[in-house]
Design a protein around this ligand. Structure first.
Ligand code: ATP
Ligand code: MG
Length: 339
């Protein structure tokens, strides 16, 4: 069975889009870049966004679309965090590439891709300032970073800053479905939904989790995905919330205890709980008041998250949360009875 082969190519590489037309999500951004790829005259760009949303992919695909695979080999220099990128590299490798003569069609420039630019030292970034200007007639830069705050202001000011948002659940799930079809992966709806849920808009994580599940268990079902991802099961947390809404403290606490016994960390429990509560709050049932209750829940869960993140990582905090949620549900009930 090929699904069991540990040597199988990682899906993230196998299904990395080669052209901009294959990239999903961030439509407005991509529309602009597709235009640039056709017409040339790329400005210096800085791609900023969460991990796994396509920054590297887009930079490479843009180079490919704009210059064609032949020229791209000669006219593109890609440097990422695995290359040394101190000040010497800016002085030598980058400068030398910028000075190299390559004949290009009108409107096209050589491209230097500086991936994971937030890990460049600030002296290297400083050295880049002048280089970017001096060679701007022949060479353009595409930088990618997770946080724009780690890129010095003068570099940001020389670039068009392009923000990538996390992919929507629909975008992730559509892409997964394509991969599942090509790889003939057996899956069910709940399995797909769980991969999407655990990925939180990160396509790399979605593909990796799906592949690990498939290779480990041969089938993408909710249960198998959770075994691979080690995320607290969303269904248990849904039951917890419902128990709180019905003011059943015992049932709610029992759910927490089970999760605790199974070794889930409070920070993961409360993080997942918040996302479930948010989804839950979008579905308005029980009129205005029902909605108010759910918003109140989100507030309490947020506060508990804060305490746990600050170090109070205990079952006690979670149990106290359950008590407060039930209290809110109680208050609502009393209000209803009075009305
Ligand atoms: N928008 C997308 N459309 C299709 N596939 C995507 C997209 N974004 C990410 N992927 C998939 O996820 C993998 C990782 O994406 P990529 O390397 O572009 O992420 P990144 O944004 O550069 O992340 P990091 O900030 O961690 O470097 C790609 O190989 C590709 O398979
Ligand atoms: Mg990247």
């Amino acid at each position: 069975m090929n699904s069991g082969s540990p040597l199988a190519e990682p899906w993230v590489e196998k299904y990395r889009p080669r052209t901009l037309s294959e990239v999903v999500g961030n439509e407005a951004v991509l529309e602009r870049l597709r235009c640039i790829a056709k017409e040339g005259n790329l400005p210096n760009v800085l791609f900023v966004g969460a991990p796994g949303v396509g920054k590297t992919t887009v930079a490479l695909a843009l180079a490919n679309d704009m210059l064609g695979p032949e020229l791209a080999r000669e006219a593109v220099l890609e440097l990422n965090a695995s290359d040394d990128r101190g000040i010497d590299v800016v002085r030598n490798t980058i400068k030398m590439f910028a000075q190299k003569r390559v004949s290009l069609p009108a409107g096209r420039h050589k491209l230097i891709i500086l991936d994971e630019a937030d890990s460049m030292t600030s002296s290297a970034q400083q050295a880049l300032r002048r280089t970017m200007e001096i060679y701007s007639s022949t060479t353009r830069f595409a930088l990618a970073a997770n946080m724009s705050s780690k890129i010095i202001e003068p570099i940001q000011s020389r670039c068009a800053v392009i923000r990538f948002r996390r992919l929507s659940e629909q975008e992730v799930s559509q892409r997964l479905l394509q991969v599942f079809a090509q790889e003939r992966v057996p899956y069910d709806a709940a399995g797909l939904e769980t991969v999407v849920f655990t990925a939180e808009g990160d396509m790399r994580q979605a593909l990796n989790n799906a592949q690990a599940t498939y290779h480990g268990f041969g089938m993408v079902s909710a249960e198998n995905v959770l075994r691979v991802c080690d995320t607290p099961p969303p269904v248990a947390l849904k039951r917890f919330l419902e128990a709180c809404e019905r003011r059943q403290l015992d049932a709610a606490v029992a759910e927490l205890q089970t999760l605790w016994r199974n070794g889930y960390a409070p920070i993961d429990i409360v993080g997942t709980l918040f996302r479930i509560a948010k989804q839950h709050a979008m579905v308005v049932e029980g009129g205005e008041r029902g909605r108010d209750l759910r918003l109140e829940f989100m507030r309490e869960i947020g506060l508990t998250h804060l305490r746990i993140a600050e170090g109070a990582s205990s079952l006690l905090q979670l149990t106290a949360l359950a008590a407060r949620l039930v209290q809110h549900a109680d208050a609502l009930q009393r209000e209803k009875a009075r009305a």
